[in-house]
Design a protein around this ligand. Structure first.
Ligand SMILES: *[C@@H]1O[C@H](CO)[C@@H](O)[C@H](O)[C@H]1NC(C)=O
Ligand SMILES: *[C@@H]1O[C@H](CO)[C@@H](O)[C@H](O)[C@H]1NC(C)=O
Ligand SMILES: *[C@@H]1O[C@H](CO)[C@@H](O)[C@H](O)[C@H]1NC(C)=O
Ligand SMILES: *[C@@H]1O[C@H](CO)[C@@H](O)[C@H](O)[C@H]1NC(C)=O
Length: 337
């Protein structure tokens, strides 16, 4: 009997030890995960974004990465918190920045991106490094990256450590299922209206920089873009209704001429909405301008007499922004509602 209790006691002690060791290991591996993610980000900054003069970090990030950037001699650091901004060094918003943030959840990411957006540094073509803070072994990747795309951020990366302790980078191509090796497809949405594809690779695969910055907009493969136009008053139109390319017939002569070549040059499918010409008022844009500023349209196609007949075309893609006097205005965060 005594022997039995002894064995039981030893058994219990052993289990207690396992529990303790498990607890310790969990805590240690959580700690390691965060610092591995930080190291990945520092590596990317050092190897791929060395000539980026401005690095914008959210102040809720780990101190380690903030300290690292503060010490970089080549770049200026901008520390943004929920309500304030510290410009350390001589950051200029003319330089393409790198954005770094460490959100715990989708909501937090949204809040952080909003605070970045209301700074003068916001640029949807910049690289966004999103560092996993959740310790959920990359399970958040898809949600977080979807949220980033909802804010029109074209090039963002989610850095995390998976359940096998391998550092992983996730990214997406919001338009088509195309990415160079060694990115591998994790998830693709085949819906015609949403060509979003998520990719991953381990941190050690391939030459890290070459493959990070592939041009997501190089081939649009007929992806859908939403255009807003105004049409002559004699035609009836319904606000908010989606029109297909048959609408071209009803357009003003200028738009009618320019839409088909633009469509084939970009290789896109266009869904049209119709709205009033509206006004590009700073605080409260109306009509076409409002649709652009609230992101419900990617592009506006219109002739404006005030531009002495110049065609103005706006698109989320930088390369196609031409002849537009009000572009900088559109990027202005005050335009968004
Ligand atoms: C692990 O960390 C949690 C808090 O994160 C703490 O409550 C717990 O006591 C720690 N466990 C050990 C074994 O240190
Ligand atoms: C920013 O807001 C979040 C909640 O939205 C809060 O958890 C966090 O502590 C805030 N950070 C700072 C630096 O105030
Ligand atoms: C345009 O997109 C289609 C898919 O919709 C593709 O088959 C075709 O190769 C693309 N054309 C060019 C020139 O890229
Ligand atoms: C954007 O503005 C248009 C035109 O005023 C409106 O119909 C639409 O609902 C708005 N969309 C969003 C997402 O706010």
């Amino acid at each position: 009997m005594e022997k039995f209790f002894k064995l039981l006691l030893i058994g219990l002690l052993f289990q207690l030890k396992l529990l303790l060791v498990d607890g310790l290991n969990t805590n240690r591996s959580n700690f390691n995960r965060r610092s591995i993610v930080d190291e990945m980000a520092m590596d990317m900054l050092k190897s791929c974004y060395m000539d980026f003069k401005t690095i914008v970090i959210h102040s809720d990030s780990n101190q380690a990465i903030i300290n690292y950037v503060a010490k970089l001699e080549t770049s200026a650091l901008v520390l943004i918190s929920n309500s304030s901004m510290h410009n350390i060094g001589v950051a200029q918003h003319l330089h393409m920045p790198v954005f770094i943030m460490t959100p715990n959840s989708r909501m937090e990411l949204h809040d952080i991106l909003m605070s970045f957006k209301s700074s003068p540094f916001w640029n949807i073509m910049a690289p966004f490094l999103i560092l996993d803070k959740s310790n959920r072994e990359c399970a958040n990747a898809r949600n977080i990256l979807k949220s980033a795309w909802e804010m029109n951020v074209v090039k963002s990366f989610f850095l995390c450590v998976n359940s096998k302790n391998v550092p992983i980078i996730y990214t997406y191509n919001p338009y088509t299922n195309r990415a160079p090796q060694p990115w591998t497809t994790v998830k693709t949405t085949k819906k015609r209206t949403d060509g979003w594809t998520m990719y991953s690779k381990s941190n050690h695969e391939g030459n890290i920089c070459d493959t990070l910055n592939f041009d997501r907009t190089e081939y649009l493969d007929g992806s859908i873009i939403r255009a807003v136009i105004d049409i002559p008053e004699e035609h009836e139109w319904i606000p908010g209704k989606d029109y297909d390319e048959n609408l071209i017939e009803k357009m003003f002569v200028g738009e009618k001429l320019v839409v088909p070549p633009m469509k084939s040059a970009l290789n896109v499918t266009i869904i049209f909405n119709v709205d009033e010409k509206g006004f590009d008022m700073r605080e409260k844009p109306t009509g076409i301008y409002r649709r652009l500023s609230n992101r419900s349209s990617d592009i506006a196609i219109c002739f404006r007499t005030t531009f002495s007949g110049h065609l103005s075309a706006f698109l989320t893609k930088d390369e196609y922004r031409k002849n537009v006097e009000t572009l900088e205005d559109l990027r202005d965060s005050r335009y968004d509602d």
